[in-house]
Design a protein around this ligand. Structure first.
Ligand SMILES: [Zn+2]
Length: 304
């Protein structure tokens, strides 16, 4: 007899759900708008309707949910979700919990992505990895010795807001020199605009780089160094064996060849190590899949 679990990926504008069985097979996957502008009750109603539709009558035993920001159980708030003010007010998760008939595990969406990518391409090969989502922001999740490391506040792995230049560029978080202020999609666009007077998305800057534009070359030469130094800091701190890169900016192919040699030069300790940067393989299904794994763990069908 099969056992079932549900994964939920709550975003600012949409919510996605999947139904998995005990073998981690995805049996159904659906999405709908989350409508946070219409209030907390409406968001919960949308999530419950979507879960019902996705489960289609299968008796699921637990649910996992990935959220923007970091969910604090004590305050019942998702901290660090400034683009969706409703999520930074208390009550949404507890309301959902009270209306869902099964246990609900809540985790930051970057941690969900890290879990899904870890099991997709690292498990059995590397035990200690960091998964970085580089898009409009920069988030990450950590798997240390085969365990999801969330920290006592669920706040571990915020490498996007570690500084590589204390008097450097101002970040949206208020601090200077954060990795996000140099490497996010908008940050790459702003740097290109400084040099060329025209803001472009990263893939367009890369096209120009490929066709020999010296300003695009400069943007990527700088960014490769910054990413290499930032990732090397993480390896030096955590003894990482690999880094998984996901999100829109991960589609630029040069990171995978050019960043590891920069890291190698900056690593401390055991000499000559090359830490691979692996491209995320699950695309936009990673978040909802990782959320389902949280539920499978709750059912004691997975360990991490
Ligand atoms: Zn910052």
């Amino acid at each position: 007899m099969s056992r079932f679990a549900v994964g939920i990926d709550l975003g600012g504008t949409k919510v996605e759900a999947c139904l998995v069985d005990e073998t981690r097979q995805v049996l159904a996957r659906k999405r709908r708008p989350s409508e946070p502008g219409l209030g907390r009750e409406k968001v919960v109603e949308n999530i419950l309707a979507l879960v019902g539709e996705t489960a289609g009558g299968s008796p699921f035993e637990a649910a996992g949910m990935g959220t923007p920001g970091t969910y604090s159980v004590a305050d019942d708030i998702m901290y660090g979700a400034p683009h969706t003010p409703l999520y930074e007010r208390p009550g949404l998760v507890s309301l959902l919990r009270s209306q869902l008939a099964v246990p609900l595990v809540v985790e930051n969406d970057a941690n969900c992505l890290a879990l899904a990518e870890f099991f997709a391409q690292c498990h059995g090969r590397f035990s200690t990895v960091m998964a970085v989502i580089l898009g409009t922001g920069m988030g990450s999740g950590l798997i240390l010795e085969n365990r999801l490391h969330r920290g006592p506040n669920g706040n571990a792995g915020e490498i996007g807001h570690t500084s590589i230049a204390i008097d450097g560029r101002l970040c949206e978080c208020g601090r200077r020199g954060c990795g996000e202020a140099y490497l996010s999609g908008p940050s790459l666009g702003r740097r290109y605009a400084e040099l060329a007077g025209e803001a472009l998305p990263p893939d367009r800057i890369f096209e120009r780089y490929a066709s020999g534009d010296p300003r695009a070359r400069r943007v990527f030469d700088e960014s490769v160094r910054i990413m290499g130094e930032l990732f090397a800091n993480c390896v030096n701190a955590l003894d990482l064996q690999a880094i998984v890169l996901g999100g829109g900016v991960s589609n630029i192919p040069l990171w995978y060849e050019r960043v590891p040699p920069v890291m190698t030069k900056a690593l401390f300790g055991v000499p000559g190590r090359t830490i691979p940067i692996l491209k995320a393989v699950l695309g936009d299904s990673a978040g909802v899949l990782g959320a389902a794994y949280l539920a499978l763990r709750e059912m004691r069908l997975m360990e991490f």
